[in-house]
Design a protein around this ligand. Structure first.
Ligand code: HEM
Length: 422
């Protein structure tokens, strides 16, 4: 896996979509969700995705979103002094997704999908160990239930469309759109393809949106002056609506300050950690050659930020961790290096992890005993006497291993040479 980080890497990946990259999911995802194979780029399905996700399609759902948000806040928030935001945000987002994707508003039916779906969401990015009790096993079982229930819903809707002949073209859900759409050859999508598509949508929309909501609220709670300004903007919009109760797209467009807060919150805590891709052709990025067939991960959170954050919690020079089954102080950067190397033998003695001493049958405490002899052997005036031997061996090595080949594997051949010289 090549992990590409930061804005320029993201730009490179997303502007080379279909040319250099295809969407790809780890086996743990496709296996748990019973996707036959990785999605690839099915242009007709994609066209349908993109037309559904377009702003002029999405804005029709604003009144539904508004009424569901109001009901959710009245029943699950308003009565309580304290609430747990993330579980509630997940519940709300999932119910909203069911309403918009498959027009399911019945709370019991939503729950029938939500319980197995949460198992799927918990387990799809875990180690693919399918054994009762593992998160992955939960995801596989949840995936089967969801698929089965969605196929029933699809069958039912298909019959309704066949009987009524017309689909409501006002605020159409995703399911109806997929049922009446065909590919370039006029072929309709199979129930299996539609179920996969809806599961993909549930995964794509549910975790991202509920995470974004949770972080926005957390940032508002931490920044009361920002909260006051958001409240002021929202109250003003509510007042301006007069008798008309439901929010419309035009109202959402007035939420400029609120939207900035959401964007800033998503910048600080990206709700999606990135996107997986399959590499279609060899490419070079930032001096690294990535061959065709590798997987690429467009990593949204820049790891530099992560590492810096991790360090600042402790110090930029040192942090404590556990490595090679030992308590370990990790000292970083030029100052720390100077400190370690100028205090050699006073504060530090050489040490090797057991993974090295054991296979080499070194006694655990021999590292420092031969140091004096080391230093005299390694000194420049000792080393320079070996230059003619090095030269003759290099010449011999190049003549036999390099000169007659049009292509060589440098690393393996250099290892061979260095070992022979040693
Ligand atoms: C804060 C909310 C969201 C964030 C941060 C987010 C982020 C992302 C990211 C990073 C990708 C990967 C793009 C790629 O691999 O090319 C993606 C893909 C996708 N998302 Fe979202 N998303 C959000 C909400 C939603 C919602 C609400 C929906 C559906 C209503 C949705 C539907 C999709 C779909 C269908 C794809 C695949 C598109 C394709 O392959 O062209 N997402 N999203």
């Amino acid at each position: 896996m090549a992990v590409l980080c930061g804005p320029s890497a993201n730009k490179f990946i997303f502007s080379n979509e279909t040319k250099r990259f295809n969407p790809w999911w780890p086996r743990s995802v496709s296996q748990a969700l019973l996707f036959a194979k990785n999605p690839g780029r099915n242009s007709s399905v994609l066209k349908e995705d993109h037309s559904f996700l377009k702003l002029d399609s999405m804005q029709k759902y604003v009144p539904i979103m508004d009424s569901m948000a109001k009901e959710h806040l009245d029943t699950k928030w308003a009565k309580f002094d304290e609430v747990k935001v993330h579980p509630l945000a997940k519940e709300f987002t999932f119910a909203l997704a069911c309403r918009i994707f498959i027009n399911c508003a019945n709370p019991n039916r939503v729950r029938d999908l939500m319980v197995p779906f949460f198992d799927v969401a918990e387990g799809i990015m875990s180690a693919p160990v399918n054994f009762p009790g593992t998160p992955f096993h939960g995801a596989v079982e949840g995936g089967k239930i969801i698929k089965h229930r969605l196929l029933e819903i699809i069958k039912q809707r298909r019959m309704e469309i066949a009987e009524k002949g017309v689909v409501n073209l006002g605020v159409q859900d995703l399911l109806s759109r997929l049922l009446v759409s065909s590919d370039e050859d006029g072929k309709f999508f199979s129930p299996e393809e539609i179920a996969n598509k809806i599961i993909g949508y549930l995964i794509a929309s549910f975790y991202t949106t509920s995470t974004a909501i949770t972080f926005v609220l957390s940032h508002l709670a931490e920044n009361p002056h920002v909260y006051d300004k958001v409240l002021e903007e929202q109250v003003e919009i509510a007042k301006s609506k007069g008798a008309e109760k439901m929010l419309r797209w035009a109202d959402v467009q007035k939420m400029k300050y609120t939207w900035n807060v959401v964007c800033e919150s998503m910048r600080l805590e990206p709700p999606a950690q990135g996107a997986f891709k399959e590499v279609l052709t060899d490419f070079t990025f930032a001096g690294f050659n990535i061959p065709k067939g590798w997987k690429a991960w467009a990593f949204v959170s820049c790891p530099e930020k992560f590492i810096r954050d991790r360090m600042t919690k402790r110090s930029s020079l040192i942090f404590k961790t556990c490595l090679a089954a030992e308590k370990m102080a990790v000292l970083c950067g030029p100052h720390a290096n100077k400190f370690v190397f100028s205090n050699d033998t006073k504060l530090f003695i050489p040490w090797w992890p057991r993974s090295i001493t054991q296979p080499l049958l070194f006694p655990p405490d021999n590292a420092s005993s031969i140091r004096e002899e080391d230093h005299s052997f390694l000194k420049l005036d000792s080393m320079q006497s070996h230059v003619p031997i090095m030269d003759s061996m290099v010449e011999d090595h190049l003549c036999t291993h390099w000169a007659h080949s049009s292509e060589v594997k440098v690393h393996s051949i250099s290892k061979e040479f260095s070992f022979a010289l040693a």
